[in-house]
Design a binder for this molecule. Structure first.
Ligand SMILES: [Zn+2]
Length: 467
């Protein structure tokens, strides 16, 4: 498979590369499918016992708060906006993948609203994963769950474990909202202690913050399970997606229903070191760079949603003057719900700020990078100077000084060249400064990466240990 892709990529480049483009010796292409955050028929997102529990709680809460008397049932059906939004400065080209729809097949088979198979047997909601880097996104509060429609909170659960990788009987962090027409929406699997401070009985407007996407309850990674009932009984399940195989309701509940598939580039990035995707529940290491030495070989990554066989992804590196430095293509041979690819490419040797552009399905996703940052006086990151590590190369002990930073807990994570965490520490900053020492005598000599991260910032420093 890899050999075929490499061969095709070579032929395509050989046939179409313009002779005036920079010579490129490393043509390899790597990548493929990435895992879906999904459950299965035997271990659904919400168990039978949990449905019984929340039905009871919803009924009790409505009675206690006299919400049943307040609710004026109307025939107007609820209209949903999208229940997720990017937060905390997340400006990737995309941030979600739909891993499962409602299973419309009441037998042991599977069928989604569009008569496809993007579901698992017995699934009762829409599973929306936050990709790429779901645990990184969760740690940095990068994707919010927001109310898809206005209503009243009729049930809420918070404080439960949120890094679950097992389809077990864990309790989820969730919110259940009743709309004015009596219908109900469930927002499931959220991050521990991330939920809105609003309590049962309070109202929310459409788009209001409810919590952060997490992996609480039965889950194999962070995603939102969004489920709709027409009453407070779980037997009144609805499927908000309108399609030929939706047997629950003819009309869509979405104000603007998204297409069944949305082929798109979620993220484009340039790296010296590989992306590290360790799997559930370890936080991923994007290893994204913005400054490069001239003429080195870098890795050009892109992450795709709904990659479709027969499609072509157009890639190029754009010179500072807007002309092409290099173009190439990725030809899709297989359908993937969620996939990534990367290419080794030799960078320009002339100092300047270049653009890496990936174009797929009419959507362009770009990432700027600089060759010879020091020459151009470019700061790789404004926060970079606030974190000092010394001595470097280090022996015996590595000292880390944090100067003029916000007061917050900072995680100090040291990883080896293959991304394994060799040391992890928390430094609580209360006077905008702090210093911490990490003993490194026991670590093998080599290149390491220190990540200093708080809720607001993340700095990675390259460290050499030479004992
Ligand atoms: Zn689900």
């Amino acid at each position: 498979m890899k050999l075929i892709i490499t061969l095709i990529s070579f032929i395509v480049l050989g046939a179409f590369a313009h002779p005036s483009f920079a010579q490129n010796t490393a043509q390899e292409e790597f990548g493929g499918s990435l895992p879906a955050r999904t459950n299965d028929a035997a271990h659904p997102c919400i168990s039978k016992q949990q449905y019984e529990f929340i039905e009871k709680r919803c009924a009790e809460n409505i009675k206690t708060l006299h919400l049943d008397n307040k609710e004026q049932r109307t025939t107007t059906s609820t209209t949903f906006s999208w229940p997720l939004e990017p937060a905390n400065g997340l400006n990737d080209c995309g941030y979600y993948v739909i891993f499962n729809y409602v299973d419309e097949d009441t037998t042991s088979g599977i069928k989604d609203y569009n008569c496809g198979a993007v579901t698992y047997d017995g699934h009762r909601g829409t599973d929306i994963g936050t990709e790429p880097y779901p645990f990184y996104k969760m740690d940095h509060n990068e994707v919010n769950v927001i109310a898809a429609a206005p209503g009243t909170i009729i049930e809420k659960s918070d404080g439960f474990f949120d890094r679950n990788c097992a389809m077990n009987s864990d309790t989820a962090n969730y919110i259940i909202i009743q709309h004015t027409d009596g219908s109900v929406a469930l927002y499931w699997h959220m991050k521990k202690f991330s939920l809105t401070s609003k309590v049962v009985g309070q109202t929310v407007v459409a788009g209001e913050f409810l919590g952060v996407v997490g992996s609480s309850g039965a889950a194999t990674g962070p995603h939102l399970h969004f489920e709709v009932w027409s009453t407070i009984s779980s037997s009144s399940l609805r499927d908000p997606w309108s399609g030929a195989c939706n047997h629950y309701n003819p009309a869509s509940w979405w104000a603007a229903q998204k297409p069944y598939t949305e082929p798109a580039v979620l993220k484009a990035q340039v790296n010296m070191l590989p992306v590290v995707l360790p799997g559930c529940d370890t936080t991923e290491t994007p290893n994204e760079d913005s400054c490069f030495a001239p003429g080195v070989t870098a890795k050009f990554y892109f992450f795709l949603r709904n990659e479709t066989a027969g499609d072509t992804v157009h890639e190029r590196i754009i010179n500072p003057d807007g002309s092409n430095f290099l173009i190439w293509t990725h030809n899709s041979l297989t359908n993937y719900l969620y996939s990534y690819w990367y290419f080794n490419r030799v960078l320009p040797s002339i100092a300047g700020t270049y653009t890496y552009e990936t174009k797929y399905n009419g959507i362009t996703c770009s990432k700027n990078f600089t060759v010879s940052c020091a020459t151009l006086g470019v700061q790789p990151n404004a926060d970079d100077e606030k974190i000092r590590v010394f001595p470097n190369p280090a022996n015996t002990v590595l000292d880390i000084a944090l100067n003029d930073v916000d007061n917050a807990p900072y995680s100090l994570t040291l990883r080896n060249i293959v991304g394994q965490v060799v040391s992890k520490d928390i430094e609580e900053i209360t006077t905008r400064n702090g210093q911490r020492s990490i003993p490194v005598a026991a670590f093998p000599n080599g290149i390491y990466f220190l990540e200093v991260a708080s809720g607001k910032m993340r700095i990675v420093k390259k460290i050499i240990i030479q004992n």
